[in-house]
Design a protein around this ligand. Structure first.
Ligand code: CU
Length: 140
């Protein structure tokens, strides 16, 4: 008698669990496949980062590429503006050996920095991030 009721109780419990289980499965929404789809293609970064070539072509432009200044030495007239363009995929920062001359902030890729040279002299500079990168501006 006692075992019988126990068994029936177990059966009931099992039935309830099973029912609950199947029920909850039925209630669950079918797994949607709207998982993060690829967001629509964004405009290629290259089209955003091209203002460099559009910038006014200055004779006094120094390209920063392949971890070097090109040209490494530039001669300009006093009062000229020299412009550095970072064409590397990493930041560079121009600092003058002559600390009285101000340098640039860190230049992100495709950023540029312009500086006017008023006094004649020879101005050595380097990249604070990659000190092996050096260059010279000669102002006449
Ligand atoms: Cu650098």
């Amino acid at each position: 008698m006692r075992t019988l009721s126990l068994v029936s109780l177990l059966i009931i419990v099992a039935a309830v669990l099973f029912a609950g289980c199947t029920q909850s499965q039925q209630l669950q929404p079918t797994p949607t496949t709207t998982a993060p789809e690829q967001t629509p293609a964004q405009p290629p970064a290259s089209s955003v980062n091209t203002p460099l070539s559009q910038a006014s072509v200055s004779a006094n432009t120094i390209a920063i590429k392949n971890f070097a200044f090109d040209p490494q030495t530039m001669t300009v007239k006093a009062g000229s503006i020299v412009r550095w363009e970072n064409r590397d995929p990493v930041p560079h920062r121009i600092m003058f050996t002559d600390k009285t001359e101000s340098g640039s902030d860190a230049l992100s890729p495709s950023q540029s920095y312009s500086k006017k040279f008023d006094r004649a002299g020879r101005f050595s500079y380097y990249c604070t991030i990659h000190p092996d990168m050096t260059g010279t501006i000669i102002v006449e």
